[in-house]
Ligand binder design. Structure first.
Ligand SMILES: *Cc1c(COP(=O)(O)O)cnc(C)c1O
Length: 384
Protein backbone atom coordinates (compact mmCIF):
# COMPACT_ATOMS: atom_id res chain seq x y z
CA UNK A 1 0.00 0.00 0.00
CA UNK A 2 1.20 3.48 -0.88
CA UNK A 3 1.94 5.52 2.22
CA UNK A 4 0.36 8.93 2.62
CA UNK A 5 3.82 10.52 2.75
CA UNK A 6 4.92 8.86 -0.51
CA UNK A 7 1.75 10.13 -2.16
CA UNK A 8 2.28 13.67 -0.86
CA UNK A 9 5.98 13.76 -1.79
CA UNK A 10 5.36 12.50 -5.31
CA UNK A 11 2.58 14.96 -5.90
CA UNK A 12 4.68 17.82 -4.52
CA UNK A 13 7.61 16.90 -6.80
CA UNK A 14 5.33 17.05 -9.84
CA UNK A 15 3.98 20.44 -8.78
CA UNK A 16 7.44 21.79 -7.93
CA UNK A 17 8.73 20.76 -11.36
CA UNK A 18 5.89 22.69 -12.97
CA UNK A 19 6.72 25.74 -10.83
CA UNK A 20 3.38 25.36 -9.08
CA UNK A 21 4.42 24.63 -5.49
CA UNK A 22 3.07 27.36 -3.27
CA UNK A 23 4.68 28.83 -0.17
CA UNK A 24 2.74 30.58 2.55
CA UNK A 25 4.94 33.37 3.90
CA UNK A 26 4.42 34.87 7.35
CA UNK A 27 3.45 38.50 6.84
CA UNK A 28 2.76 41.19 9.38
CA UNK A 29 0.34 43.78 8.04
CA UNK A 30 0.76 47.30 9.43
CA UNK A 31 -1.17 50.51 8.87
CA UNK A 32 -1.03 52.46 5.58
CA UNK A 33 -0.42 49.53 3.21
CA UNK A 34 2.89 48.65 4.89
CA UNK A 35 3.79 45.05 5.63
CA UNK A 36 6.76 43.26 7.18
CA UNK A 37 8.15 40.10 5.62
CA UNK A 38 11.31 38.32 6.76
CA UNK A 39 11.99 41.30 9.01
CA UNK A 40 11.82 43.72 6.10
CA UNK A 41 9.22 46.48 5.63
CA UNK A 42 7.60 46.62 2.17
CA UNK A 43 4.83 48.66 0.59
CA UNK A 44 2.09 46.21 -0.27
CA UNK A 45 0.29 46.41 -3.60
CA UNK A 46 -1.48 43.11 -3.06
CA UNK A 47 -3.83 43.47 -0.09
CA UNK A 48 -7.61 43.49 -0.62
CA UNK A 49 -7.96 45.91 2.30
CA UNK A 50 -8.79 48.65 -0.26
CA UNK A 51 -9.84 51.22 2.33
CA UNK A 52 -7.15 50.25 4.87
CA UNK A 53 -10.00 49.65 7.32
CA UNK A 54 -8.33 46.69 9.03
CA UNK A 55 -6.23 49.29 10.90
CA UNK A 56 -8.78 52.07 11.21
CA UNK A 57 -8.88 53.26 14.87
CA UNK A 58 -12.70 53.55 15.05
CA UNK A 59 -13.21 50.13 13.48
CA UNK A 60 -10.67 48.45 15.74
CA UNK A 61 -12.33 50.07 18.76
CA UNK A 62 -15.74 48.78 17.66
CA UNK A 63 -14.29 45.25 17.56
CA UNK A 64 -12.73 45.63 21.02
CA UNK A 65 -15.99 46.96 22.47
CA UNK A 66 -17.91 44.04 20.97
CA UNK A 67 -15.53 41.55 22.58
CA UNK A 68 -16.00 43.26 25.94
CA UNK A 69 -19.77 43.15 25.62
CA UNK A 70 -20.43 39.84 23.82
CA UNK A 71 -17.24 37.77 24.22
CA UNK A 72 -14.60 36.54 21.79
CA UNK A 73 -16.57 33.80 20.02
CA UNK A 74 -20.16 33.20 18.93
CA UNK A 75 -20.42 29.95 20.90
CA UNK A 76 -22.52 28.03 18.37
CA UNK A 77 -24.02 28.14 14.91
CA UNK A 78 -26.58 30.83 14.21
CA UNK A 79 -29.45 28.34 14.41
CA UNK A 80 -28.45 27.30 17.92
CA UNK A 81 -27.27 30.25 20.08
CA UNK A 82 -24.73 32.06 17.86
CA UNK A 83 -27.13 34.62 16.41
CA UNK A 84 -25.99 37.55 18.56
CA UNK A 85 -27.80 40.90 18.10
CA UNK A 86 -25.00 42.47 16.01
CA UNK A 87 -25.56 39.97 13.18
CA UNK A 88 -29.20 41.10 12.75
CA UNK A 89 -28.12 44.74 12.73
CA UNK A 90 -25.51 43.96 10.08
CA UNK A 91 -28.05 42.13 7.90
CA UNK A 92 -30.45 45.07 8.03
CA UNK A 93 -27.62 47.44 7.13
CA UNK A 94 -26.48 45.35 4.15
CA UNK A 95 -30.05 45.05 2.86
CA UNK A 96 -30.42 48.82 3.07
CA UNK A 97 -27.15 49.46 1.20
CA UNK A 98 -27.99 46.94 -1.53
CA UNK A 99 -31.63 47.99 -1.62
CA UNK A 100 -33.11 44.52 -1.05
CA UNK A 101 -35.79 43.22 1.38
CA UNK A 102 -33.36 41.26 3.48
CA UNK A 103 -29.85 39.81 3.82
CA UNK A 104 -28.08 36.81 5.31
CA UNK A 105 -24.59 36.95 6.80
CA UNK A 106 -22.31 33.90 6.42
CA UNK A 107 -18.95 33.12 8.02
CA UNK A 108 -17.04 34.00 4.82
CA UNK A 109 -17.61 34.74 1.17
CA UNK A 110 -16.49 31.25 0.23
CA UNK A 111 -19.01 29.76 2.68
CA UNK A 112 -21.72 32.00 1.26
CA UNK A 113 -21.16 30.76 -2.28
CA UNK A 114 -20.99 27.06 -1.39
CA UNK A 115 -24.22 27.49 0.60
CA UNK A 116 -26.26 29.69 -1.74
CA UNK A 117 -25.86 27.84 -5.04
CA UNK A 118 -26.92 24.35 -3.81
CA UNK A 119 -29.96 25.90 -2.09
CA UNK A 120 -31.41 26.85 -5.49
CA UNK A 121 -29.84 24.43 -7.94
CA UNK A 122 -30.00 20.62 -8.13
CA UNK A 123 -29.18 17.88 -10.59
CA UNK A 124 -31.96 18.70 -13.07
CA UNK A 125 -30.80 22.33 -13.32
CA UNK A 126 -28.13 24.22 -15.25
CA UNK A 127 -25.60 26.90 -14.30
CA UNK A 128 -24.05 29.27 -16.86
CA UNK A 129 -20.76 30.62 -15.47
CA UNK A 130 -18.39 33.26 -16.77
CA UNK A 131 -15.13 31.39 -17.38
CA UNK A 132 -13.30 33.80 -15.04
CA UNK A 133 -15.69 33.32 -12.11
CA UNK A 134 -14.08 33.05 -8.70
CA UNK A 135 -13.09 29.54 -7.54
CA UNK A 136 -15.77 29.44 -4.82
CA UNK A 137 -18.58 30.03 -7.33
CA UNK A 138 -17.29 26.98 -9.18
CA UNK A 139 -17.03 25.03 -5.91
CA UNK A 140 -20.63 25.96 -5.02
CA UNK A 141 -21.78 24.93 -8.49
CA UNK A 142 -20.07 21.57 -8.15
CA UNK A 143 -21.65 20.95 -4.76
CA UNK A 144 -25.08 21.70 -6.20
CA UNK A 145 -24.91 18.80 -8.66
CA UNK A 146 -26.26 21.10 -11.40
CA UNK A 147 -24.86 20.98 -14.93
CA UNK A 148 -22.09 23.59 -15.37
CA UNK A 149 -21.65 25.44 -18.67
CA UNK A 150 -18.93 28.10 -19.00
CA UNK A 151 -19.29 31.09 -21.32
CA UNK A 152 -16.35 33.12 -22.63
CA UNK A 153 -15.42 35.98 -20.34
CA UNK A 154 -17.99 38.80 -20.59
CA UNK A 155 -19.08 37.47 -24.02
CA UNK A 156 -22.86 38.03 -24.10
CA UNK A 157 -23.26 36.56 -27.60
CA UNK A 158 -21.62 33.35 -26.46
CA UNK A 159 -23.83 33.24 -23.35
CA UNK A 160 -26.99 33.73 -25.41
CA UNK A 161 -25.89 31.09 -27.87
CA UNK A 162 -25.33 28.57 -25.07
CA UNK A 163 -28.64 29.45 -23.43
CA UNK A 164 -30.52 28.92 -26.72
CA UNK A 165 -28.86 25.54 -27.22
CA UNK A 166 -29.00 24.26 -23.64
CA UNK A 167 -31.56 26.03 -21.46
CA UNK A 168 -34.56 23.93 -22.55
CA UNK A 169 -32.94 20.67 -21.42
CA UNK A 170 -33.13 21.72 -17.78
CA UNK A 171 -35.59 22.76 -15.11
CA UNK A 172 -34.13 25.84 -13.36
CA UNK A 173 -31.20 27.92 -14.63
CA UNK A 174 -28.72 30.21 -12.88
CA UNK A 175 -26.23 32.67 -14.39
CA UNK A 176 -23.13 33.31 -12.25
CA UNK A 177 -20.69 36.17 -12.57
CA UNK A 178 -18.27 38.22 -10.52
CA UNK A 179 -19.28 41.91 -10.39
CA UNK A 180 -15.61 42.92 -10.51
CA UNK A 181 -13.36 40.12 -11.77
CA UNK A 182 -10.80 39.40 -9.09
CA UNK A 183 -7.77 38.66 -11.26
CA UNK A 184 -8.49 41.12 -14.11
CA UNK A 185 -10.24 44.01 -12.39
CA UNK A 186 -12.84 44.52 -15.13
CA UNK A 187 -16.60 44.73 -14.56
CA UNK A 188 -19.27 42.31 -15.69
CA UNK A 189 -21.95 43.82 -17.99
CA UNK A 190 -24.60 43.43 -15.29
CA UNK A 191 -27.09 45.48 -17.32
CA UNK A 192 -26.95 43.04 -20.25
CA UNK A 193 -26.76 39.99 -18.00
CA UNK A 194 -29.94 41.02 -16.17
CA UNK A 195 -31.82 41.39 -19.46
CA UNK A 196 -30.57 38.05 -20.79
CA UNK A 197 -31.53 36.38 -17.50
CA UNK A 198 -35.04 37.87 -17.58
CA UNK A 199 -35.65 36.98 -21.23
CA UNK A 200 -34.51 33.40 -20.86
CA UNK A 201 -36.04 32.34 -17.56
CA UNK A 202 -32.71 32.31 -15.72
CA UNK A 203 -31.83 33.61 -12.25
CA UNK A 204 -28.84 35.97 -12.00
CA UNK A 205 -26.32 35.94 -9.16
CA UNK A 206 -23.41 38.35 -8.83
CA UNK A 207 -20.39 38.05 -6.55
CA UNK A 208 -19.42 41.58 -5.60
CA UNK A 209 -16.43 40.75 -3.37
CA UNK A 210 -14.31 43.48 -4.99
CA UNK A 211 -17.09 46.02 -5.54
CA UNK A 212 -18.58 46.87 -2.14
CA UNK A 213 -16.89 49.93 -0.63
CA UNK A 214 -14.89 50.98 -3.67
CA UNK A 215 -17.13 51.51 -6.71
CA UNK A 216 -20.66 52.77 -7.30
CA UNK A 217 -20.47 55.23 -4.37
CA UNK A 218 -19.39 52.37 -2.15
CA UNK A 219 -22.52 50.34 -2.96
CA UNK A 220 -20.74 48.08 -5.42
CA UNK A 221 -20.76 47.07 -9.06
CA UNK A 222 -24.55 47.10 -9.59
CA UNK A 223 -24.51 50.84 -8.91
CA UNK A 224 -22.19 51.42 -11.86
CA UNK A 225 -25.25 51.00 -14.12
CA UNK A 226 -28.25 53.23 -14.72
CA UNK A 227 -30.99 52.06 -14.47
CA UNK A 228 -30.01 49.62 -11.72
CA UNK A 229 -29.98 46.10 -13.15
CA UNK A 230 -32.24 43.52 -11.55
CA UNK A 231 -30.03 41.00 -9.68
CA UNK A 232 -32.09 38.72 -7.44
CA UNK A 233 -29.02 37.18 -5.74
CA UNK A 234 -26.40 39.73 -4.68
CA UNK A 235 -23.53 38.10 -2.83
CA UNK A 236 -20.34 39.63 -1.42
CA UNK A 237 -17.72 39.57 1.30
CA UNK A 238 -16.89 41.62 4.38
CA UNK A 239 -13.21 40.67 4.20
CA UNK A 240 -12.00 43.00 1.45
CA UNK A 241 -12.83 46.73 1.44
CA UNK A 242 -14.86 46.30 4.63
CA UNK A 243 -11.64 45.18 6.33
CA UNK A 244 -13.21 42.51 8.52
CA UNK A 245 -14.39 38.96 7.85
CA UNK A 246 -17.60 37.28 6.71
CA UNK A 247 -19.81 36.91 3.64
CA UNK A 248 -23.37 37.92 2.78
CA UNK A 249 -26.28 37.49 0.43
CA UNK A 250 -28.77 40.32 -0.19
CA UNK A 251 -32.09 39.17 -1.68
CA UNK A 252 -35.86 39.02 -1.22
CA UNK A 253 -37.59 37.85 1.98
CA UNK A 254 -38.44 34.43 0.55
CA UNK A 255 -34.94 33.79 -0.78
CA UNK A 256 -33.32 34.71 2.53
CA UNK A 257 -35.83 32.65 4.51
CA UNK A 258 -35.04 29.60 2.36
CA UNK A 259 -31.27 30.22 2.75
CA UNK A 260 -31.65 30.32 6.54
CA UNK A 261 -33.57 27.04 6.41
CA UNK A 262 -31.42 25.15 3.93
CA UNK A 263 -27.90 26.55 3.29
CA UNK A 264 -25.62 23.95 4.84
CA UNK A 265 -22.60 26.24 5.14
CA UNK A 266 -24.75 28.53 7.30
CA UNK A 267 -26.45 25.88 9.40
CA UNK A 268 -23.51 23.59 10.16
CA UNK A 269 -20.85 26.14 11.02
CA UNK A 270 -20.26 28.50 13.93
CA UNK A 271 -21.51 32.08 13.58
CA UNK A 272 -19.09 34.95 13.05
CA UNK A 273 -17.37 36.25 16.19
CA UNK A 274 -18.98 39.46 17.54
CA UNK A 275 -15.79 41.45 16.92
CA UNK A 276 -15.84 40.74 13.16
CA UNK A 277 -19.48 41.80 12.90
CA UNK A 278 -18.96 44.98 14.92
CA UNK A 279 -15.94 45.89 12.77
CA UNK A 280 -18.01 45.38 9.61
CA UNK A 281 -20.77 47.62 10.95
CA UNK A 282 -18.30 50.38 11.85
CA UNK A 283 -16.72 50.11 8.39
CA UNK A 284 -20.13 50.35 6.67
CA UNK A 285 -20.82 53.54 8.65
CA UNK A 286 -17.77 55.09 7.00
CA UNK A 287 -18.52 53.64 3.55
CA UNK A 288 -22.01 55.15 3.65
CA UNK A 289 -20.83 58.62 4.61
CA UNK A 290 -17.28 59.23 3.31
CA UNK A 291 -17.70 58.92 -0.44
CA UNK A 292 -14.59 60.95 -1.26
CA UNK A 293 -12.37 58.65 0.79
CA UNK A 294 -13.95 55.54 -0.79
CA UNK A 295 -13.06 56.79 -4.29
CA UNK A 296 -9.34 56.88 -3.48
CA UNK A 297 -8.38 53.27 -4.29
CA UNK A 298 -9.75 53.62 -7.85
CA UNK A 299 -8.17 57.06 -8.24
CA UNK A 300 -4.81 55.62 -7.20
CA UNK A 301 -5.20 52.77 -9.69
CA UNK A 302 -6.00 55.30 -12.42
CA UNK A 303 -2.92 57.33 -11.51
CA UNK A 304 -0.73 54.20 -11.77
CA UNK A 305 -2.27 53.34 -15.15
CA UNK A 306 -1.61 56.86 -16.42
CA UNK A 307 2.07 56.64 -15.44
CA UNK A 308 2.52 53.42 -17.43
CA UNK A 309 0.11 54.13 -20.32
CA UNK A 310 -2.09 51.21 -19.32
CA UNK A 311 -5.81 51.10 -20.17
CA UNK A 312 -7.93 53.04 -17.67
CA UNK A 313 -8.98 50.63 -14.88
CA UNK A 314 -12.61 50.07 -13.84
CA UNK A 315 -11.67 48.94 -10.32
CA UNK A 316 -8.65 49.18 -7.98
CA UNK A 317 -7.26 45.93 -9.49
CA UNK A 318 -4.74 46.17 -12.35
CA UNK A 319 -3.09 43.09 -13.87
CA UNK A 320 0.07 43.14 -15.95
CA UNK A 321 0.00 39.86 -17.85
CA UNK A 322 3.46 38.32 -18.23
CA UNK A 323 2.45 34.88 -19.52
CA UNK A 324 5.36 32.77 -18.40
CA UNK A 325 5.06 31.58 -14.79
CA UNK A 326 8.74 31.63 -13.80
CA UNK A 327 9.32 35.04 -15.44
CA UNK A 328 6.38 36.38 -13.44
CA UNK A 329 7.96 35.15 -10.22
CA UNK A 330 11.34 36.68 -11.20
CA UNK A 331 9.69 40.08 -11.73
CA UNK A 332 7.82 39.81 -8.44
CA UNK A 333 11.12 39.09 -6.67
CA UNK A 334 12.84 42.04 -8.38
CA UNK A 335 10.08 44.40 -7.24
CA UNK A 336 10.30 42.97 -3.73
CA UNK A 337 14.02 43.75 -3.68
CA UNK A 338 13.06 47.35 -4.48
CA UNK A 339 10.67 47.43 -1.50
CA UNK A 340 7.31 46.65 -3.17
CA UNK A 341 5.23 43.59 -2.48
CA UNK A 342 3.33 42.37 -5.53
CA UNK A 343 2.31 38.72 -5.65
CA UNK A 344 2.75 36.83 -8.87
CA UNK A 345 -0.50 35.09 -9.79
CA UNK A 346 -0.09 31.84 -11.67
CA UNK A 347 -2.08 28.83 -12.83
CA UNK A 348 -4.33 27.29 -11.71
CA UNK A 349 -5.58 30.57 -10.17
CA UNK A 350 -5.46 32.03 -13.70
CA UNK A 351 -5.46 30.24 -17.06
CA UNK A 352 -2.30 28.55 -18.34
CA UNK A 353 -0.06 31.08 -20.13
CA UNK A 354 -1.61 34.12 -18.38
CA UNK A 355 0.55 34.33 -15.24
CA UNK A 356 0.57 37.93 -14.11
CA UNK A 357 1.56 40.58 -11.64
CA UNK A 358 -1.62 41.76 -9.96
CA UNK A 359 -1.59 45.23 -8.38
CA UNK A 360 -4.25 46.35 -5.96
CA UNK A 361 -4.47 49.96 -4.85
CA UNK A 362 -5.69 51.23 -1.51
CA UNK A 363 -6.89 54.59 -0.20
CA UNK A 364 -3.68 55.23 1.71
CA UNK A 365 -1.11 54.55 -1.00
CA UNK A 366 0.80 57.81 -1.49
CA UNK A 367 1.39 59.37 -4.91
CA UNK A 368 5.16 59.12 -4.38
CA UNK A 369 4.89 55.38 -3.65
CA UNK A 370 2.95 54.84 -6.86
CA UNK A 371 5.52 56.90 -8.82
CA UNK A 372 8.38 54.88 -7.31
CA UNK A 373 6.59 51.62 -8.17
CA UNK A 374 6.05 52.63 -11.79
CA UNK A 375 9.73 53.65 -12.07
CA UNK A 376 10.80 50.23 -10.76
CA UNK A 377 8.51 48.52 -13.28
CA UNK A 378 10.12 50.49 -16.13
CA UNK A 379 13.64 49.84 -14.78
CA UNK A 380 13.09 46.06 -14.80
CA UNK A 381 11.59 46.20 -18.29
CA UNK A 382 8.40 44.59 -17.04
CA UNK A 383 6.21 46.32 -19.64
CA UNK A 384 6.43 45.32 -23.30
C1 LIG B 1 -12.24 36.81 -2.06
C2 LIG B 1 -13.36 36.37 -2.89
C3 LIG B 1 -14.33 35.51 -2.38
C4 LIG B 1 -14.19 34.83 -1.05
O1 LIG B 1 -14.51 35.68 0.00
P1 LIG B 1 -13.94 35.36 1.44
O2 LIG B 1 -14.79 36.19 2.35
O3 LIG B 1 -12.51 35.75 1.45
O4 LIG B 1 -14.12 33.89 1.67
C5 LIG B 1 -15.42 35.23 -3.17
N1 LIG B 1 -15.54 35.73 -4.40
C6 LIG B 1 -14.63 36.55 -4.92
C7 LIG B 1 -14.82 37.12 -6.31
C8 LIG B 1 -13.50 36.90 -4.19
O5 LIG B 1 -12.58 37.70 -4.72
Amino acid sequence: MKSLETFAEKKLTTLTNKGLKREIIVTERLDKAMIVRNGRPLISFCCNDYLNFSHHPKIKQAAIDAINQFGSGAGASRLITGDHPLIRTLEQRLAKIKNTDDACVFSSGYMANIGIIPTFIGKHDVIFLDELCHACLIAGSELSGGHKIFFRHNDMDHLQDLIHKERHHYNNALILTDGVFSMDGDLAPLDQLSVIAKNNDCWLMSDDAHGLGVIGDGKGSRHMFDPLPDIPLQMGTLSKAVGSFGGYLCASHAVIALIKTRARSLIYTTALPPASVAAALAALDIIETEHVYCKRPLENAKYFASLLDLPLPQSPIIPIIIGDTSQTMIYAKALENDGFLITGIRPPTVAEGTARLRFTFTALHRKEDIQALSKAIKKHGILP
